[in-house]
Design a protein around this ligand. Structure first.
Ligand SMILES: Nc1ncnc2c1ncn2[C@@H]1O[C@H](COP(=O)(O)OP(=O)(O)O)[C@@H](O)[C@H]1O
Ligand SMILES: [Mg+2]
Length: 346
């Protein structure tokens, strides 16, 4: 191999390794931030900056691996297929079916909206519809300013950070609170966004998300707002069986396993949970699992810790889960958490 080629190969390899390391570190930061509910306060995440883009097939596999969400997966596939065909049409010099790429996600907390938005951003990136495919998550506080003129510049700055990727606006209806006073700057943020969505439509995609009922109000709050979005995708609450499967997946992904009887215990826990719109769905499952880990640690620390075998440190028992439910039921919701559904004791 010519020295030049060898050098090129080495540089590529180094880039790949850096990307992998960055992705891992970024994922860790992101996951712990997501779980604590303040992801939107993070600057553009490390993984998005350092990781090389993944292929459409790889991202698609991540989407497929999500539990349930059948109709969401179908609609995402349709949207991607549609945009790909439009792109080909444009390349053939054919008439451009005027397409919006912006989306509305309607779903209760913990139904997978942010997770799917991140994957869509990556998909758009991998098929060349967006330059980078990263996700910038903001809420009202990231768009609305404190004085006249501040809001437009703040919203424009958020949009600029999202160029090449997706601007994900969580709880978008907070921009148009009911009984809007004339001095609320939320309306200015919406106007600015609409302008960015039109003028910079090739540069970024906007996804607005939140509770279904309130999203409906938001979309009718401003004439012409609804028509800017290509699709409205509904994220249904998870069934008890899906929540059991999600918990098992969270366990497996973290190198744990559920002991005999846990599936039945989880079934009982989730079927008795009060399922109002603030229940927390998969986020509740994650919180429950994390509390179970605490219980496991306390249980194991009572014996000979140095002598614990692999099975002992990876196993979550029914008692760990039952104790975890009790902790969650007694715990007031944390700031940024989805409000927890109250559970009857089992
Ligand atoms: N279908 C699913 N399968 C596996 N894990 C899921 C699924 N949906 C959500 N989760 C997990 O639940 C948590 C909350 O999901 P998130 O996308 O943040 O929900 P939302 O944005 O709707 O509040 C995340 O940790 C995510 O990984
Ligand atoms: Mg979210």
């Amino acid at each position: 191999m010519a020295p030049r080629d060898r050098l090129k190969k080495q540089i590529n390899k180094a880039g790949e390794l850096a990307g992998k390391a960055g992705k891992k570190a970024g994922k860790k930061v992101r996951e712990s931030a997501v779980d604590r509910g303040f992801e939107e306060r993070l600057p553009t995440n490390l993984a998005d900056k350092l990781a090389p883009p993944r292929s459409l097939e790889t991202v698609q596999a991540d989407l497929d691996a999500l539990v349930g969400l059948t109709s969401v997966k179908e609609q995402v596939a349709t949207q991607i297929a549609f945009l790909q065909v439009q792109e080909r049409r444009r390349e053939h010099g054919l008439d451009d079916v005027s397409t919006s790429r912006h989306l509305v996600f309607k779903g209760n907390p913990g139904t997978g909206k942010t997770t799917v938005a991140r994957l869509i951003a990556e998909m758009y990136g991998s098929i060349g519809l967006l330059e980078k495919g990263h996700l910038v998550e903001v809420d009202r506080s990231g768009l609305v300013g404190k004085y006249v003129g501040h809001t437009a510049s703040k919203t424009n700055k958020a949009a600029k950070r999202a160029y090449g990727g997706v601007l994900f606006i969580d709880e978008a209806y907070a921009l148009s609170p009911p009984g809007l006073q004339s001095n609320d700057f939320g309306a200015e943020a919406i106007e600015t966004l609409i302008k960015r969505m039109e003028d910079n439509r090739d540069k970024m995609v906007v996804i607005v998300a939140g509770y279904p009922r309130l999203m409906e109000k938001f979309l009718t709050s401003n004439p012409g707002l609804r028509s800017r979005f290509a699709r409205e995708i509904t994220f249904p609450d998870y069934s008890t069986a899906e929540l059991v499967e999600i918990t098992a997946k969270i366990a497996t992904d973290g190198d744990f396993h559920l002991a005999h009887g846990c599936a039945e215990a989880l079934d009982k826990i989730y079927s008795q949970a009060v399922r109002n719109e603030g229940f927390g769905n998969a986020r509740y499952a994650r919180n429950l699992f994390e509390q179970a880990l605490n219980r496991q640690a306390v249980r194991l620390s009572q014996g000979n810790v140095a002598g614990l075998d692999k099975n002992a440190v990876t196993e979550i028992t029914v008692d760990d889960l039952v104790a975890a439910v009790k902790v969650l039921a007694d715990q007031p919701p944390q700031p940024g958490d989805a409000p927890l559904g109250k559970l009857r004791r089992i």
